[in-house]
Design a protein around this ligand. Structure first.
Ligand code: NDP
Ligand SMILES: C[C@H](O)[C@@H]1OC(=O)[C@H](O)[C@@H]1O
Length: 254
């Protein structure tokens, strides 16, 4: 078994109904993990489960709104029941409402924070009870380069993702001694339903490419390898880190 093999590992991936989370769920299953896929839309989840099973993998759907009170405990309990254990949590579910700072409402701020940061924390807290007790766990938080540098994508979103990055560091400080490593991935633009409208505007795409040394928009497959790595034994001594998967964007000075 190679150090990147996830055979025998049980994983929860949130936001796995489409976009990045769907690619991560399929990828972790291909690497050997049994996966619980979480989102609100059951039909999306069934499609992902069928795709994983068609590849010979094991998956179970958990339809849930992770921002609901008590959802984290329920999702983790359902995954433990369905998979018989838990080793990996990928906090991927996230959303954005792109507004200038003058225009952001309290309700919009709360919606973004509730999903991107609060839900990720309480799912981590619920999963870590099992992970710390068994002295093994991998938590991978999907942040954004918006949490590292200032983007035009909105202050609430950027603050939520910066919060995810700092939450990653503090949870790593508390839980690494139990063999529970907590890391984050910070993507730049990838073509998904979340960014479809933006990336259908060729002028906007050209602006993105001008800030991207690699010269291309990310493909969701570019995120699968780094997520498998951080979920695997190969990352046994890595905790609290954020890996920018951004084509070099976050280091582009001038
Ligand atoms: N695409 C990009 O360019 C980038 C994305 N990211 C981050 O990557 C992550 C995934 O983004 P992306 O794949 O583009 O987003 P999508 O909007 O394409 O997919 C989001 C997924 O999350 C699920 N979801 C949304 N709200 C909830 C909820 N309340 N409870 C449970 N599941 C929910 C959606 O399913 P449903 O609606 O059925 O619940 C869907 O499966 C996010 O955290 C995003 O911030 C970061 C940088 C760049
Ligand atoms: C790179 C950002 O995270 C990107 O910006 C957006 O507008 C989308 O919300 C993506 O998350």
């Amino acid at each position: 078994m190679t150090r990147f093999d996830l055979t025998g590992k049980k994983a929860i991936i949130t936001g796995a109904g489409r976009g990045i989370g769907k690619a991560l769920a399929v990828g972790l299953a291909e690497a050997g993990a049994q996966v619980a896929v979480v989102s609100r839309t059951e039909s999306d989840l069934q499609e992902v489960v069928q795709a994983i099973e068609a590849n010979g993998g094991v998956a179970c759907p958990i339809a849930a709104d992770v921002t609901e009170a008590g959802a984290a405990e329920k999702v983790v309990a359902q995954a433990l029941d369905a998979l018989g254990g838990l080793h990996i949590l990928v906090n991927n579910a996230g959303m954005n409402i792109r507004k200038k700072a003058h225009e952001v409402s309290e309700a919009e701020w709360d919606r973004i924070m509730d999903l991107n940061l609060k839900a990720a924390f309480f799912l981590s807290q619920a999963a870590a009870r099992t992970m710390c007790e068994q002295r093994y766990g991998r938590i991978v938080n999907i942040a954004s380069v918006a949490g590292l540098v200032a983007l035009r994508t909105g202050v609430a979103y950027g603050a939520s993702k910066a919060g995810v990055i700092q939450m990653t560091r503090v949870l790593a400080l508390e839980w690494s001694k139990f063999g529970v490593n907590v890391n984050a991935i910070a993507p730049w633009y990838f073509r998904t339903p979340l960014t479809e409208a933006l990336l259908n505007d060729e002028a906007f795409v050209q602006e993105v490419l001008q800030r991207t040394p690699s010269g291309r928009i990310g493909d969701v497959e570019d995120l699968v390898g780094p997520t498998i790595f951080l979920s695997s034994d190969a990352a046994a001594y890595i905790s609290g880190q954020t890996i920018a998967v951004d084509g070099g964007m976050s280091v582009y000075g001038f």
